[in-house]
Design a protein around this ligand. Structure first.
Ligand SMILES: [Zn+2]
Length: 292
């Protein structure tokens, strides 16, 4: 199979993905108060952040469409205020699937311009698509407080933004952080190993030890947890870069569980990305940038 055909096939599969009926039936939405009127909602897919004010609600990411009614119920349990800002941290379906359900007349849907491009290329229509796009960064205001959006290049994808609430010291990282787990780095959508590490370093510089972090996936996290993630990635990067320098083959690296054993044992491989998958991604991403 040619690479071009393979990529086309993958793109087709992704856009026609149908969820088996019942997949979301047993999913419950768990609400956690993070700080003041800032909440994290967990269901299936990417974690949602809500910030509730007397002027309206900020919602970050929208999980999957079949969960929208349950998410609306969870929001209604907290407030009657309308959503006025809906932000997508990137284009993946587990963060944008509910867009059209939450993007009503009062809401403005905001994301990086590459999110718009990718969703549009995927056939998504008005309502699902961002109505306002950012290039590098944006600052929004709600109830006289700031919402900071910053795009970081070629990290998890080519359209990632994190969202930071200075007053509450809460950061939503999007999928630039999987708490306690190996991350998915989407090399097919412009993600890169070095960009991912740099993104985590950039976020660590901006925040402080008392920041609460809503990761794309995993439990509510801390400065320390994000620090552990970047340390893990730097260590695995150096091990796998060395294997590439030593001309070890792709199969050898993928099958060598000793390369990731330390973090596998800590449970980093228990999520969506296991030891084999992270070794594959690191090999492919680093091999590409090694120029070999
Ligand atoms: Zn993602």
């Amino acid at each position: 199979m040619s690479l071009k055909y393979f990529l086309l096939l993958m793109a087709t599969l992704a856009s026609t993905m149908v969820y088996p009926q019942g997949r979301f039936d047993n999913v419950n939405i768990k609400t956690t108060q993070v700080n003041g009127q800032v909440y994290m909602l967990e269901g299936a897919g990417g974690n949602i952040m809500l910030w509730i004010t007397e002027e309206g609600v900020l919602m970050v990411d929208s999980q999957f469409a079949p969960l929208s009614d349950k998410i609306k119920t969870a929001i209604n349990d907290l407030t009657d205020q309308p959503i006025i800002y809906l932000v997508n941290t990137h284009h993946h379906g587990d963060h944008t699937g509910g867009n059209a359900q939450f993007n009503d007349a009062q809401a403005t849907l905001i994301a990086h311009q590459n999110v718009y491009k990718r969703l549009q290329a995927d056939g998504k229509e008005t309502g699902f698509l961002p109505e306002s796009t950012i290039e590098d960064s944006a600052m929004l205001e709600m109830a006289s407080d700031e919402i900071i959006l910053i795009h970081l290049e070629n990290a998890h994808t080519d359209g990632d933004s994190f969202v930071y609430l200075p007053r509450y010291n809460v950061l939503h990282t999007g999928d630039m952080f999987f708490n306690g787990r190996y991350p998915f780095i989407d090399l097919q959508s412009g993600g890169s190993i070095d960009g991912y590490i740099k993104a985590q370093e950039t976020m660590l510089e901006l925040i402080n030890p008392s920041t609460n972090i809503i990761p794309g996936h995993g439990a509510l996290g801390s400065f320390e947890n994000l620090g552990e993630s970047v340390k893990m990635l730097r260590e695995l990067k150096s091990k796998i870069s060395l294997a590439i320098e030593e001309k070890r083959t792709r199969d050898e690296v993928i099958n060598d569980s000793s390369l990731t054993k330390y973090y596998d044992d800590l449970g980093f491989g228990n999520g969506y990305i296991d030891g084999v998958k992270i070794r594959t991604t690191l090999y492919d991403g680093l091999y590409r940038s090694s120029g070999q």
